[in-house]
Design a protein around this ligand. Structure first.
Ligand code: LMR
Length: 394
């Protein structure tokens, strides 16, 4: 039977990771996959995670099953981190998932069970795996304009105009902060307008938040999401702990469904447990447990927040340095938007040919749509990249 299988196009981001590894040149710059790197190019285990692991090793007495939707303490800690006190706990159903991708997948499956003919509207562009999972599940998908190549900002008018074609019951997939791949994010006033439009048209937001703390800080990065969840009747939220806790391979994430309290919430919670059971039974526990320990212990939490803040400020510094260097070398302000973007990524807004030129002639690896991982840069590679961008005539 295996001969009936069809080949699938390789995930662009993961394929690029391999091309980089296979490139024999030794001064290459990897700005591909979204993994945080420090100035030495390493992705270290965060101190708070190391300490939590040490405590866990001493304290943990069993590895027996927890629950189909994970440890309720993880849900409580993550709800507090994501939503603060914006939404009553009684309105929220929650399920731990294998990473943020698992949460996206379970969320889309929940939509398919609850509203099979809903169209999911996605930003153009979005994280390629959103599109891949939607296609795999056979969920009808439509794009909405999002990025303005000319300004490097959000094409908010285009976004709202495209969403006008959505039908009641459709779902709008949004990035909570640090939009991947563009780095361009709506302002709070735009979030408010979007909420009004979604309310008027009877649309349901599904907010994917994978980079809380990487943009303007833990609280500010969640502000749009909190407004959505408190003002919309129903909201889905997929959150990842991979980046802000640096526990990529542990696969810690959570899916939240905010709706009516009481029987409606219990029904949703039961469906989340059912979905986890069908797909993988119990979610991974190790990463989720570390996150819970860090978020609920004052000492570990302070340590984590400080390190996260250092990472965030480092990325902002790199953005400013790159924008300044490009301003000087190109004698123009056309790259200033790089300093305005937030999170790990920025979309340069150039052609695949130019992206290829950067790779071939300068050993600089960007994703084909000209997304670059700012955290892959350091003080030495910023001038190298700026020179290459100008040389390539971008
Ligand atoms: C990325 O966008 O590079 C990351 O989210 C890693 C991934 O799984 O694609």
């Amino acid at each position: 039977m295996f001969e009936n299988l069809k080949e699938h196009p390789a995930d662009k981001i993961l394929a690029l990771m391999q091309t980089f590894r296979d490139d024999p040149r030794d001064d290459n710059v990897d700005l591909g996959v979204g993994v945080f790197r420090n100035a030495q190019g390493a992705t270290p285990v965060m101190q708070a995670v190391k300490q939590a692991e040490q405590r866990l090793w001493q304290q943990e007495t069993t590895k027996s099953y927890v629950g189909l939707t994970g440890d309720p303490a993880f849900a409580d800690a993550m709800i507090a981190l994501l939503l603060g006190d914006a939404v009553a706990r009684a309105r929220i159903a929650a399920a731990a998932t294998p990473g943020g991708t698992g949460a996206v997948r379970q969320g889309l499956e929940l939509i398919r069970m609850a509203q099979p003919d809903a169209t999911v509207w996605v930003s153009d562009p979005t994280w390629p795996n959103h599109l891949s999972i939607l296609k795999h599940l056979g969920v009808p998908t439509r794009p909405y304009r999002y990025f303005d190549n000319a300004t490097g900002g959000v094409d908010f008018d285009g976004m709202c105009a495209d969403l006008e074609a959505a039908h009641p019951g459709d779902v709008v997939l949004l990035h909570g902060c640090c939009h991947n791949p563009t780095g361009a994010n709506p302002t709070m006033a735009q979030w408010a307008e979007l909420i009004a439009q979604m309310q008027e048209q009877g649309l349901t937001p599904f907010v994917d938040i994978a980079y809380q703390g990487f943009g303007d800080g833990l609280e500010d990065d969640a502000a749009g999401l909190r407004m959505v969840a408190s003002e919309m009747p129903e909201t889905l939220i997929a959150a990842s702990c991979s980046k802000n806790f640096g526990i990529y391979r542990e696969r810690a994430g959570i899916l939240l469904a905010v709706g009516d309290a009481g029987a409606a919430r219990d029904l949703t919670q039961g469906n989340l447990a059912y979905l986890n059971r069908q797909n993988f039974s119990f979610p991974p526990d190790h990463g989720a447990r570390l996150v819970t320990m860090i978020l609920t212990d004052a000492e570990l939490r302070a340590m984590w927040q400080e390190e996260l803040e250092q990472m965030r400020r480092g990325m902002l510094d790199l953005r400013r340095q790159l924008a300044e260097e490009l301003r000087r070398r190109s004698n123009s302000e056309r790259f200033d938007f790089l300093a305005e973007h937030r999170g790990m990524f920025s979309r340069l807004g150039t052609t695949p040919e130019n992206v290829e030129k950067l790779r071939r002639d300068h050993g600089i690896y960007l994703v084909g749509d000209s997304r670059m991982n700012i955290a892959g840069l350091n003080a030495e590679t910023v001038p190298h990249l700026a020179r290459a961008i100008v040389d390539a005539g971008i």
